[in-house]
Design a binder for this molecule. Structure first.
Ligand code: BG6
Length: 289
């Protein structure tokens, strides 16, 4: 399978298909500046983004790379359900499904792109009776990574969904981390039974387990030195498991909470509804300033 993918999608100097952890196919995009990103077809899961000479995404040393299990770190794609509020497995099935590589390109302006797609299978139809095409397009530039997500209803009945790019950023120390751009935004606090509150801080810092959905957040935010620009992804989740929860997660090291923070962009409290044939599009850009 990897040989076929190589033949069809490799671009010398820009796109490589390699055997990743446990032999799972991994696509590696390299920009002429040296920036790179890696994406597993398992989960349609970005696991690495290097820009400005540094790894920007966190990947747990305890992560599983197994069919049916999500990868811990990078960008899990939560779809068509976010979290556990619904009949599907936690965060939906996209992050545990095997995706197809649909296209790779080296554009004239130097951007390197890859498109991945997930469509219904007997397994998804058994738990979610809808025909769909979920697409991800990655665009790698010298100091930016853009992820366009789109959903098409390819069936003959309407459906709605939630989606989140559950990005794990690698940071030097959670106790020094700063998230900006959420002042004045209403949030649902999972640590207080989803109580509603309003963020008063211009700079969010961490000293405990944090798990919040900021509803209708501004489209420009930042986490340490990375700017996040989003479109059609109204909600933002801020998550750090802190000490006790880290210890309870089998695929996450006890101390790893110190080096990561999740700043997730999604449509969670707003559920897009698609009629047959309709398409929903979004994009999210990570930029080093
Ligand atoms: C976050 C949720 O998005 O994902 C948290 O807000 C959850 O409640 C976290 O713990 C991790 O989820 P999972 O399923 O990957 O362990």
């Amino acid at each position: 399978m990897i040989d076929e993918l190589r033949q069809d999608f490799e671009i010398p100097g820009a796109v490589e298909v390699v055997s990743g952890m446990n032999g799972l196919p991994k696509v590696v995009l390299t920009h002429r500046s040296g920036a790179s990103t890696e994406i597993y077809l398992h989960g349609g899961h970005v696991t690495s983004w290097k820009a400005g000479g540094k790894e920007r995404f966190f990947l747990s040393r305890g992560s599983l790379f197994q069919p049916g299990k999500p990868i811990r770190g990078g960008i899990p794609v939560c779809w068509p359900q976010f979290g556990g509020r619904g009949s599907l497995p936690q965060h939906g099935f996209a992050r545990t499904s095997e995706w197809q590589l649909a296209r790779t390109e080296l554009l004239d302006n130097g951007l390197v792109t890859a498109e991945l797609q997930l469509t219904e299978t007997a397994e998804t139809l058994a738990i979610w009776p809808h025909q769909f095409a979920l697409g991800l397009r990655l665009l790698l530039d010298e100091m930016a990574l853009t992820i366009e997500a789109q959903v098409i209803n390819t069936g003959n009945a309407p459906f709605d969904f939630q989606l989140a790019l559950h990005t794990y950023f690698q940071i030097p120390d959670i106790r020094e981390a700063a998230i900006k751009g959420l002042r004045g935004v209403t949030f649902l606090d999972a640590m207080r039974d989803r109580a509603t509150d309003v963020e008063t801080r211009g700079v969010i810092r961490f000293d405990q387990e944090t798990d919040r959905i900021y509803v209708d957040a501004p489209d420009v935010l930042s986490v340490d030195g990375i700017v996040i620009e989003k479109r059609n992804l109204p909600d933002v989740v801020v998550w750090n498991p802190w000490i006790a929860k880290s210890q309870s997660m089998a695929d996450f090291g006890d101390e790893e909470y110190l080096r990561m923070v999740c700043l997730e962009t999604g449509t969670i409290e707003t559920r897009p509804k698609l009629a047959p044939g309709e398409k929903w599009v979004s994009d999210c850009r990570f930029l080093i300033r």
